[in-house]
Design a protein around this ligand. Sequence first.
Ligand code: ATP
Ligand code: MG
Length: 654
Amino acid sequence: MRSVALSSNESLANLLKEERRFAPPAALAAAANVTADAYAAAKADRLGFWAEQARRLSWAKEPTETLDWSNPPFAKWFADGELNVAYNCVDRHVEAGLGDRVAIHFEGEPGDSRAITYAELKDEVSKAANALLELGVAKGDRVAIYLPMVPEAVVAMLACARIGAPHSVVFGGFSADAVASRVQDADAKLVITADGGYRRGKPSALKPAIDEALTQCPQVEHVLVVRRTGQETAWTEGRDVWWHEITERQSAEHAPEAHAAEHPLFILYTSGTTGKPKGILHTTGGYLTQASYTHNAVFDLKPETDVFWCTADIGWVTGHSYIVYGPLSNGATQVMYEGTPDTPHQGRFWEIVQKYGVTILYTAPTAIRTFMKWGDDIPAKFDLSSLRVLGSVGEPINPEAWVWYREHIGGGRTPIVDTWWQTETGAMMISPLPGVTETKPGSAQVPLPGISATVVDDEANEVPNGSGGYLVLTEPWPSMLRTIWGDDQRYLDTYWSRFEGRYFAGDGAKKDDDGDIWLLGRVDDVMLVSGHNISTTEVESALVSHPKVAEAAVVGATDSTTGQAIVAFVILRGTAQDSDELTAELRDHVGHVLGPIAKPKRILTVSELPKTRSGKIMRRLLRDVAENRAVGDVTTLADSTVMDLIQSKLPSAP
Ligand code: ATP
Ligand code: MG
């Protein structure tokens, strides 16, 4: 990892001044699940606070221990407790008389839909668990899941959890090679896939990637295949098994076994924005405690009346914690959507919100900026009045995008929770609470109750308010990763070696004058211009605050006079035209918002930006372009042709 050294008296950045404030709606605050006293209670007795949250779950054996930190940084939470995650997510709701409640409103891309109640989900999960057992999967065996966004993905994950077979979900858009390396690293015994899924209006095959990947993975004994599209599918006799055929003939009874709290629940490879993916290991009791607590607290979930919708893919940690484990452990009703936001039209998301009366929406800045680019008139055609809380995750959200989201989606009334967390943290860590926090556009603001985070300088000293540095987590938390699968040393090196005794998240951050935290992007992306550390996020937000700019990506390119020079790639809004005048106007605008030091040296207008499949801007590739180098590894890009397009825009490098 490239690490930027901060000279002792230089802050990482502290340029942006955002003065807008939004108080929580009075009615929401009055009935909020979590109130301000939670912070004080958790501060007074952090472990007691988490022990209390663990009691949200049904334990087969109640834990008497909370945290075992005797061998840091290898944590054990609730170690003598035992529970079954699938029981907590499904059976206990049915036993409580909620079997008829809809767990999942599934909306397929072609327009097919299915409502699945908790009682039905219980039967499906039990049958799938029995099917896995019949195929020889035992407790502790790893199962790889490579599925589109269909209910069987949820069922498959819960079936694995039920029998104690850790799952490794691989995003359905990854290539055969990416799948093979993940299946091998986890040493999976069985793979669950589908013939295909619907993507941009047509069936898109999935199984060929598995067939190709498995030529490199001889240990895989069976492939379970969900029939989704009905397309022609190659078949390996003896190895391949249709999901519907085997599950159909299973019993809907399966007694959930209690697993130890530290039994592995899943491995998830990080999305690969920065380099070789890491197999992040999460375990059972602590993970479910924090996924469940944060989903209830941060969205103020009222399971009797809310309709929750998280638009992430199940292949990312957001899909794990806020489609599967958080919402289902809380008995929520949620929407699950298979396809893309512009199929068959650019109002598809808003049509879904209107159709199901979605009350809580959780999506990513990349999607919000895209909706801004498509125009205000599109959401305006739909009734979005059911929405009451909006969430954001995945990247820093530019203040202008935040305000647009609140105005055009939230009708100017909904709180926005900007939630900072990572695959490694398992669940949300820093976020406003919708009934408590006066929100600031662009800031994740405060560590959640029971979470300890701060910002430090190069020497690990906490920075004063008004300064920037590195985001660190200072105390262990229940849903923390336990290690990198099979590589304890890499776990130590990556997260625990930079600052003694503290978890280094890899992100830059600043504390404002109130002590609220602002995320400034990855430390690897920070620019050093004439001795000043400048955050890519802040320059991008300044560009996006210009009415003609929809989206911006900024990198530092080596420069003989200033060390690094700021190079900006911008996508213009609607009808705006590229010209020398506009470029000059944008440079001046950034100078005006942030100060002359932050003015980009070059601005290039482009039609697309390189993004990972999870929708994050991949700045290292743009740095390659800006420095006139061969472009690095593009295998995790959603669309690798984007780089050719961008390079063709470049007349000559500096
Ligand atoms: P890799 O670690 O493989 O490079 P990744 O970091 O993109 O991939 P994730 O774990 O999905 O994989 O993403 C976590 C990162 O996303 C955080 O470290 C941070 O950089 C960014 N992020 C997530 N939520 C927010 C947020 N609300 N504000 C700012 N940044 C965020
Ligand atoms: Mg990361």
